[in-house]
Design a protein around this ligand. Structure first.
Ligand SMILES: [Zn+2]
Length: 251
């Protein structure tokens, strides 16, 4: 059901905001979605959405295919540009959730680094809290989080983190200067004991395919965290299905 939740919209933004912290509102070209299984209008409904780190009304409008003004008015938002993390918003007549991936022109990104959260449950918001308040980093260290259907998120949902929206360094792998040149993707789960869900793998493969194509990243530079030279960790877990991943990544 709701396979269109995996719908991957690619948003190409051709300008970076001059101010590093200003949220980028892409004026974009939208490339054809990879898969359309079910007509979204059939499945529309009102949903409550918990605002994740860095999410804006504009991004929510793209994710749910709803007008910005409809979200603003139904929630009586005084200033649509200022959402609070964890804030609950009613999304009226929302289409099934789809992942919206913005891609900017950049020479910065040379690697893709895959992590697991090493937790059974989680989402961008909860990792952001830990990274901010326990590790005292500047918020969520990853660029993307792929949910596993826990903590109120949909299985296979790709959450785009603020560090990606602002094209900032990550805080996910010091070794090899990967924080400066590696795109950090974290799958929720502990793959020393659990399995990557089918929808997570589908989302990961779709995301990695688009990133590697856009940033010209060869397969040799797509690594698990533990495969980075100088790192001592089993992240993304001993049971991470590398064979399946590489098989599916092929064109
Ligand atoms: Zn890791």
């Amino acid at each position: 059901m709701q396979k269109s939740r995996f719908l991957l919209y690619i948003v190409l933004a051709f300008t970076l905001a001059s101010c590093a912290r200003a949220p980028v509102r892409p004026t974009q070209i939208e490339v054809i979605p990879e898969r359309i299984i079910t007509a979204p209008e059939v499945l529309r409904s009102d949903v409550m959405h918990e605002v994740g780190p860095g999410e804006t009304v504009w991004r929510l409008s793209r994710m749910y295919d709803v007008q910005v003004q409809d979200i603003v008015s139904v929630n009586r938002l005084p200033d649509s540009s200022k959402l609070e993390k964890g804030q609950k918003l009613l999304i009226p007549n929302a289409a099934p959730l789809r992942s919206v991936i913005p891609l900017w022109p950049s020479n910065k990104w040379k690697y893709i680094i895959i992590h697991h959260s090493a937790t059974d449950v989680g989402k961008a918001l909860s990792f952001d809290y830990v990274h901010s308040n326990k590790r005292h980093w500047k918020g969520l260290g990853y660029h993307f989080v792929i949910d596993n259907g826990t903590s109120g998120k949909e299985d296979g949902q790709i959450e785009v983190a603020p560090r990606w929206m602002h094209q900032e360094n990550g805080a996910h792998c010091k070794a090899g200067s990967m924080n400066y040149q590696g795109i950090g993707i974290c799958l929720v789960g502990n793959f020393n004991s659990d399995s990557v869900s089918a929808r997570q793998m589908e989302a990961l493969v779709s995301l990695v395919k688009e990133l590697k194509k856009h940033y010209h990243i060869p397969d040799s530079r797509i690594l698990g965290h533990g495969q980075v030279p100088g790192v001592s960790t089993d992240c993304p877990g001993k049971r991470f299905p590398w064979n399946d991943f590489w098989r599916r990544l092929k064109p």
